[in-house]
Design a protein around this ligand. Sequence first.
Ligand code: NAD
Length: 479
Amino acid sequence: MNTKQKITIAKGDGIGPEIMDATLKILIEAGAQIETEEIEVGEKVYLSGNTSGISNESWDIIRKNKIFLKAPITTPQGGGYKSLNVTTRKFLGLYSNVRPCSSFHPFVKTKHPLMDIIIIRENEEDLYAGIEHQQTDEVVQCLKLISRPGCEKIIRYAFEFARQQKRKKVTCFTKDNIMKQTDGLFHQVFNEISKEYPEIENEHWIIDIGAAKMADTPEAFDVIVMPNLYGDVLSDVAAQIAGSVGLAGSANIGEECAMFEAIHGSAPRRAGQNLANPSGLLQGAIMMLNHIGQTSIAENIQNAWLKTIEDGIHTYDIYKEGKSRIKVGTQEFADAVIKNLGLVPKTLKAANFSSDYVMQLPKYQRKEAKTKKLEGVDLFVHWRGTDPIEMSHLISQINSDQIQLSMITNRGIKVWPDGFKETFCTDHWRCRFKSKSEFTKSNILELLQKAEANGIDVIKTENLYIIDGKQAYSLGQGQ
Ligand code: NAD
């Protein structure tokens, strides 16, 4: 009977093929019950004229096998090539990116000997929605989208993960003092879901001071959950201060599929020289084995790997005179891990992966519809003048008895009424219209028609809503 789990692999570019071969050799020697199916992704596919870096046949294989172990790929610069990593995460709904960052003191140089944190990064939304537009000669825009399902899924994942891994605390990082709607929702959902996990401590930090604290005193944190962009930046910082980006792996988890990888890139300058450290991809592969239930094999490999690090058998990136014993290449490192299979580290804490707690993640249920009342509109206007008072005269031409201009901002700061002459203005003006009584979508159409008739260049509109009785848009800065 064949009980082997079929997995898709891609050897990628640069150092990818070397570290994939080394990783697979260790997995097979450790008795991992896997059967691999290889696909080609990355540079060659991009340069053959496919801007997505992957063929439709390869997508079919990934979706059939559901588990994907991917080596880093090179995204060619320029030429409109789309990042395959971002596309894969979003196409397959891999909403959770898990990045453990631990130090291996005293065997790998670090300023933070006690560091042992897990960064859980939201993987599908935020500024990575990739919705960007040039709006005026001077202003471009990127939409930051944060959704309730996105927040609920990732925050519940973080708490379930903490429970499974017997972690004590989940910290949330956001910038909700500034982004009250988007980061505010992430923080609010964190507060709601944390109540369901009373045995796990929870706290929230504003991202700037939280990041500073993490870089200075990482041992103060345990599991940290955050929106996509912050998680992208801070997980690299965390991996680097733990010892090296070359040591960290990452899991991208969805409801149906999962992808496992190293956090580093394809390091093209190191390619083909048997130099690269395969540890990052191996750590990704160990997470993969845990994910598919091959926990004891994962544990055996992790302990052999810890023992190898402890033995001072190091690739160039972590080799330090006085700390390391032997400088080895990719293949020799893999052979050393294989030799250590069945052994456990003496000083470093041995891995003990428990499979007794199965994470229970309910599917997101759409909530009851909220009441939504339109109470105005923001018209965004391209105008090449610089004086807000002149702008207010121009735009007030489209006022009616009912619907009146109430505020103008430029890059978010109020410039009319009562603006400061010191405020710098671009050619991108937001003009807020409100009604003395009822406001309807027809009022927006009338405003647009009048603007068109008066030669005012409206480049977009945003509706202003009261949702469930609460104002659901931000005020102008300084308002
Ligand atoms: P990189 O992570 O590839 O390399 C930065 C430096 O880190 C290298 O020069 C090397 O000194 C070191 N390094 C990285 N991994 C190492 C390893 N395993 N062993 C030893 N040293 C290692 O970052 P980069 O140079 O900015 O990017 C190179 C390419 O990788 C780019 O095309 C980029 O788009 C791509 N990239 C891919 C992924 C991915 O596929 N997940 C992630 C990041 C970058």
